[in-house]
Design a protein around this ligand. Structure first.
Ligand SMILES: [Ca+2]
Length: 336
């Protein structure tokens, strides 16, 4: 009887240890799972398209600029820089890097992303919960407004402002009240992408190739070019003529371009990657791997992370730089 009791005690202990070991393995698995997927969500090991790059042109960039926001508008570059006591808003000649206009932010503000809206410039601050609104021409401060997250990047799609706060969310704001309208979570096939930083809304236009009137109607048929999603180049859409009922005769001489769907490009802090995002769903449509963009000789300088994307819609150019980088680069995307 005593032996039997001893055996069953041994059995109980044995199954307890087995249960413990199983729990340990299972628990570790659960613990490790997010890291495994986190790896996928930085663009490595994902089935989502990955792009490399080709440098088209190199421009000078102020190596003292801790770049936090970058916008291109009418041949000029607008740049917001960060750090407490050193933050600025500037207008820059992109060809020479020369500062055309600059204002210093009050010492308590750490400047972050900037965007243009109508004749204004909007600049976020990092942890103050304050947004600054300037006159685009004079840089006169028009107003301050409050928001309730950290401020990282900001851009706009022509209808709403779109901002990031370093998490995996993009926030859509009313461009007049600066109030949140909606938010979406950015994910690569269900896995959140965190560290969303400087933003740029990129909506390329492709040229209309030919136009001919449709008999007796105030509409025209036209052949358009389609922007190829893999390499960001406009290619013939269809050889057949397309019926564009929304295109009035009068507008055709003015509008030689046909606009495509827009995307949000976001720097992913603190990596050398840019993520392409559908602003409708938050789904990642592609990763851009910019490793090696800054040459080795410049890596020795006190440079910081890749940050800053500007789109020149008129020339369909993508410009990128980084904090303290001595150069800005015009790049073309190359599918891998
Ligand atoms: Ca930008």
């Amino acid at each position: 009887m005593e032996v039997k009791a001893e055996r069953s005690k041994f059995k109980r202990q044995n199954s307890k240890s087995l249960f413990f070991v199983f729990g340990l393995v299972f628990g570790w698995g659960l613990f490790a799972l997010p890291f495994f997927f986190q790896k996928q969500a930085d663009g490595s090991g994902t089935a989502t398209p990955v792009f490399g790059y080709k440098i088209i042109k190199v421009f000078p960039h102020d190596p003292e600029a801790f770049t936090q926001g970058l916008v291109f508008h009418q041949r000029a570059l607008y740049e917001g820089t960060g750090l407490s006591g050193k933050s600025t808003l500037r207008k820059v000649d992109p060809e020479t890097g020369r500062i055309l206009k600059m204002v210093q932010l009050p010492d308590q503000y750490f400047g972050e992303g900037i965007t243009l809206w109508e004749d204004k410039i909007i600049q976020l601050t990092w942890r103050s919960g304050i947004g600054l609104v300037y006159d685009r021409e004079t840089f006169r401060l028009l107003k301050r407004f409050n928001f309730f997250t950290e401020g990282w990047g900001i851009t706009q799609d022509g209808k709403q402002l779109i901002m990031s706060d370093g998490t995996s969310f993009l926030y859509f704001w009313d461009p007049h009240s600066y109030k949140e309208i909606k938010r979406i979570q950015v994910h690569d096939r269900g896995i959140p992408v965190t560290g969303l930083n400087e933003l740029e809304y990129i909506k390329p236009s492709c040229p209309i190739r030919d136009v001919k009137p449709l008999a007796g109607r105030a509409v025209r048929l036209c052949r358009t070019m389609k922007r190829h999603p893999s390499d960001a180049v406009c290619r013939p859409n269809k050889e057949a003529w397309e019926y564009k009922p929304d295109m009035k005769i009068g507008s055709l001489s003015d509008r030689r371009y046909f606009q495509t769907e827009g995307e949000v490009f976001a720097n992913v802090y603190p990596t050398d990657r840019i993520v392409r995002i559908s602003p409708q769903t938050g789904q990642v449509t592609g990763w851009i791997d910019l490793r090696g963009l800054l040459p080795a000789k410049d890596q020795a300088r006190p440079v910081d992370a890749l940050n800053g994307i500007a789109y020149d819609a008129r020339k369909d150019r993508i410009l990128v730089t980084g904090k303290y980088w001595p150069n800005m680069f015009e790049i073309r995307l190359i599918p891998r």
